[in-house]
Design a protein around this ligand. Structure first.
Ligand code: ADP
Length: 400
């Protein structure tokens, strides 16, 4: 592995997260976040390894200015971690939607930028922001190689029967309406890590990965390839999430438009931002720390929301066990999957038919790689903390 510092960039419409990672030690040398880009009160937080976190409120009218400030912080006299930009060997950009154009990560060229732009329609909130981030970076670091790492790429191995909707086929041909899936970098990283933890060949493993964060998705990985995943054309499909509804009867949309006198757009906003466990808990919270506390205090709203969340995950595990004709390992990852023993127990209660018993002592741990099934369990259950930035850095170094 070549030694270099890789800048990993995750650019949203008004935010930009970054990490500088050394490719050999895989240590995070510095990290931070720019928020409210293009809005009043822009601010940046920056933390060099072993140093104090610094917060600065400073105008960032656009992403180019945000990246300029990031590069200044990384190379600065005070708190800087590299002497000059020449010490940043490559940049890895997280891109949300690669459509069918990208089944792997790729070195960014003008043609690649055009192909990403073609996918804008599929992710109108995310892809344009990702592209702005790339263009701003290329302007300031024209000679540094850059790589695009797609959320959708890992799922491109899904077979047709898994990715097609039951719609007129020409909608797929004409508009590429199909299931794509997201969180691919995480599903790939976690399934690989699970094989390592079990000392098994990745290519011989049947794994189900439950990425349970604010956004949540499940994937079935058979023989090293994703064969199904719960998110679809957009991240709205699948599990009940923090504020997203997940699967529902599409006829509900028209029904609610009529009842509430709202437009489709307004109802979709409800499905994205006011539903999920937030909606089910009567608007109490989308955060599982709050929900867990309230659940333990016997709060009926929190109990309802968490039960529905766990049940939906268990249903997907059942479906994916069928899709793969069996399962060797189930992995929990992301904020909730890594840190919420209660939800893991609640899901585990549905899995007795797979020969699974949860070891409650092991399950009490938060945020560490742990086998949480008992040694007798015939299907293993693991907690595997995800690390999307590291996965992006590895992909980037491998390609430049
Ligand atoms: P996303 O990246 O999709 O925004 P995360 O993966 O950060 O979301 O997950 C957010 C969820 O994880 C929240 O519901 C939060 O309660 C839970 N979570 C994150 N960290 C912890 C922690 N240390 N302890 C308990 N719960 C946590």
């Amino acid at each position: 592995m070549k030694e270099m510092n890789v800048l990993v960039i995750n650019c949203g419409s008004s935010s930009l997260k970054f990490q500088l990672i050394n490719s050999v030690s895989e240590e995070v040398i510095a990290k931070g976040l720019c928020e409210r880009i293009g809005i009043d009160g822009s601010q940046m937080s920056y933390t060099p390894a072993g140093g104090e976190k610094r917060e600065t409120v400073t105008p960032m009218p656009d992403h180019t200015q945000a990246i300029r400030l990031v590069l200044d912080a990384l190379t600065g006299q005070e708190g800087g971690v590299v002497k000059s930009l020449a010490e940043i060997g490559a940049v890895g950009h997280r891109i949300v939607h690669g459509g069918e154009n990208f089944a792997t990560s790729t070195v960014i060229t003008e043609d690649v930028l055009k192909a990403i732009e073609e996918c804008n329609d599929l992710a109108p909130l995310h892809n344009p922001a990702n592209l702005i981030g790339i263009r701003a970076c290329r302007e300031l670091m024209p000679d540094t190689p850059m790589v695009a790492v797609f959320d959708t790429a890992f799922h491109q191995t899904m077979p047709e029967e898994a990715y097609l909707y039951g719609l007129p086929y020409h909608y797929y041909e004409d508009y590429k309406v199909r299931r794509y899936g997201f969180h691919g970098t995480s599903h790939s990283y976690v399934s690989h890590r699970a094989a390592e933890m079990l000392g098994k060949e990745y290519e011989g493993l049947k794994a189900i990965v439950c990425h349970l964060g604010n956004g949540a998705s499940v994937s079935a990985v058979k023989g090293g390839k994703c064969v199904d995943t719960s998110m679809g054309l957009t991240p709205l499909e699948g599990l009940i999430m923090g504020t997203r509804s997940g699967d529902l009867d599409p006829a509900i949309i028209e029904f609610l438009c009529n009842k509430e006198n709202k437009t489709v757009k307004e109802i979709l906003n409800v499905l994205n931002k006011e539903s999920g466990v937030f909606g089910l808990s009567g608007g109490f919270s989308s955060d599982f720390r709050d929900l867990e506390k309230a659940y333990r205090a016997g709060d009926a709203f929190a109990i309802r929301a968490m039960k529905a969340f766990a049940y939906r995950v268990a249903k997907y595990i059942g479906a994916y066990t069928a899709a793969m004709n069996g399962v060797d390992v189930i992995c929990f990852t992301a904020g909730i999957g890594e840190n919420n023993p209660l939800i893991r127990t609640m899901i585990g209660e549905y899995l007795g038919y797979l020969g699974i018993t949860i070891d409650e002592e092991a399950n009490a741990k938060r945020g560490e790689e742990t086998e949480i099934s008992t040694p007798e369990s015939t299907t293993k259950v693991l907690v595997v903390p995800t690390n999307e930035e590291l996965a992006i850095a590895r992909e980037t170094v491998a390609l430049v």
